[in-house]
Design a protein around this ligand. Structure first.
Ligand code: HEM
Ligand code: HEM
Length: 192
């Protein structure tokens, strides 16, 4: 009975919002791994073989696909909103989670755009053999270095924020035992 009351007290994210959330996780994981490995192989080890090229091509094309997903996700978020905060959260928890979520959204939007501007200026617009990505700006190799440096630095910031975000989700679920994670994973069984 107590569980029924507790469960009835919080709203889930819609299935569309959940689908977009977990799709974003999949794409960001591929982006982070491909980005780190391709720069390590190409720039640090100076290995420019088939694998490095494939990693760059994957990074560029999937990055643009992720940008499209993020635009759809933000459009959906602004149009439909999100469920009310989990009721047991104190002000500081609400504030910290909203601030982190909006910072993550900002980076999810800004990072691919910076990457796209960077490869337009470099210019390094080809991917997977013949595929040509449209340029956003004219060539400017000098500035491209700074843009891509900023892209890489912000990517590390995104990875840190996501680490905090995942830590917070697990803290809520395992330590506090509240319903924060269940809002995003409704199949999750209650531990109490
Ligand atoms: C690339 C990885 C991830 C990104 C970019 C991401 C991003 C986000 C964003 C932007 C929101 C806010 C949704 C909104 O209200 O509009 C959110 C919510 C949420 N995320 Fe993630 N997330 C990621 C991975 C994860 C993982 C691995 C978990 C679980 C361990 C998780 C658990 C949650 C939960 C529980 C919420 C809802 C929080 C609430 O109730 O307010 N996320 N995520
Ligand atoms: C959210 C999406 C993205 C994430 C998380 C991401 C992440 C990363 C990471 C972690 C690195 C390695 C940084 C380093 O170790 O110096 C990197 C480098 C790079 N990314 Fe992305 N990236 C994203 C989107 C894009 C897009 C859309 C493009 C181009 C269309 C792009 C182009 C590049 C390029 C060219 C580099 C190499 C930079 C250099 O040589 O210093 N990225 N990215």
């Amino acid at each position: 009975m107590a569980e029924e009351t507790r469960t009835a007290e919080f709203e889930h994210y819609s299935s569309v919002a959940r689908f977009l959330h977990w799709l974003t996780l999949l794409l960001v994981a591929i982006m982070a791994v491909s980005g780190l490995v391709m720069v390590y192989r190409g720039k640090d080890l100076n290995i420019w073989d088939q694998l490095t090229n494939t990693l760059y091509s994957t990074h560029k094309t999937l990055g643009l696909a992720l940008l499209a997903v993020v635009v759809v996700r933000l459009g959906y978020r602004f149009a439909k909103g999100a469920p009310a905060d989990e009721p047991s959260l104190e002000f500081m928890h609400r504030f910290a989670s909203h601030a982190t979520h909006w910072a993550i959204y900002g980076l999810l939007l800004g990072l691919p755009i910076l990457g796209w501007i960077g490869i337009s200026m470099f210019p390094a617009l080809s991917a997977f053999g013949g595929l040509k990505i449209p340029a956003l700006t004219g060539p400017d190799p000098e500035t491209s270095k700074q843009v891509l440096w900023l892209h890489g630095t912000l990517a590390y910031l995104l990875i840190v924020l996501i680490g905090m975000h995942v830590g917070a989700a697990l803290f809520h679920h395992v330590i506090r035992g509240d319903n924060v994670l269940r809002r995003m994973l409704p199949g999750l069984k209650s531990r109490k």
